[in-house]
Write a protein that binds this ligand. Structure first.
Ligand SMILES: Nc1nc2c(ncn2[C@@H]2O[C@H](COP(=O)(O)OP(=O)(O)O)[C@@H](O)[C@H]2O)c(=O)[nH]1
Ligand SMILES: [Mg+2]
Length: 207
């Protein structure tokens, strides 16, 4: 059984990615992917989402207060796994508690970044996450929001990777793998949606 934690700054897309994964299981899409397998949802808990007042923000409608949680069962291995996604706003004491708790109980961590904002700003979130495994996975999300050609997007991704690599290297944390994702269902971005599912599959099958 793997306890997987999605950690990252506010609004990088943790909750969206978790919901996307649930949709892959519910639509039986997970087993159609390369190396895919049949999984079923045991339980989902998104009750940690608080609805924001409409005027608070243009787009973001909810904010994670208590960690969201999904339990699913791998039908091939007959094993259950849990994914936790706490909030990102560590300035709020209750959210911060969730981050600390999840960083303690998760055996595998995915550090989530958003490609549409400066990467350096997003490191602040990780600076005081105290319990980190020696090896983590990195997910660079919101790849769709980089405008321009594929070459420009790839260049931006490469620059982000190098910065993230350097940041964790300083903390003696090894990055096992990078995944580039899109959390929302958007036309032409299906491969980046698949990458999220592939990432979780890879983690549960290698631990
Ligand atoms: N365009 C785009 N929007 C995204 C993507 N992932 C998440 N979002 C949006 O970003 C906002 C914040 O996402 P949310 O999952 O709440 O972030 P969290 O704070 O990390 O849980 C929401 O409005 C999402 O719809 C993505 O890959 N592309
Ligand atoms: Mg959230």
């Amino acid at each position: 059984m793997v306890n997987l934690g999605l950690l990252g700054d506010i609004s990088v897309g943790k909750t969206t990615l978790l919901r996307l994964f649930v949709s892959y299981i519910n639509k039986q899409k997970l087993e159609t992917l390369e190396g895919g397998r049949k999984c079923v949802i045991v339980k989902t808990d998104f009750s940690g989402e608080a609805t924001l007042p409409r005027e608070a923000t243009e787009k973001k409608e909810t904010k994670t207060i208590h960690p969201n949680r999904v339990i699913f069962r791998d039908e091939t291995e007959k094993k259950a796994h849990t994914i936790f996604a706490p909030g990102g706003d560590k300035a709020r004491a209750v959210v911060r508690m969730g981050i600390i708790t999840i960083s303690r109980i998760a055996s595998q961590i995915i550090a989530v970044f958003a490609l549409d904002r400066p990467i350096e700003k997003q490191f602040e979130f990780f600076n005081d996450v105290r319990f980190f495994p020696k090896k983590i996975y990195v997910c660079i999300n919101k790849v769709d929001l980089v405008k321009g050609s594929k070459a420009q997007r790839d260049k931006k991704l490469q620059e982000a990777r190098e910065k993230i690599q350097a940041f964790f290297e300083k903390r003696k944390i090894e990055i096992v793998d990078f995944f580039n994702t899109v959390g929302e269902h958007l036309e032409g971005m299906e491969d980046y949606n698949d990458n999220l599912a592939a990432m979780i599959l890879k983690i549960i099958t290698s631990h």
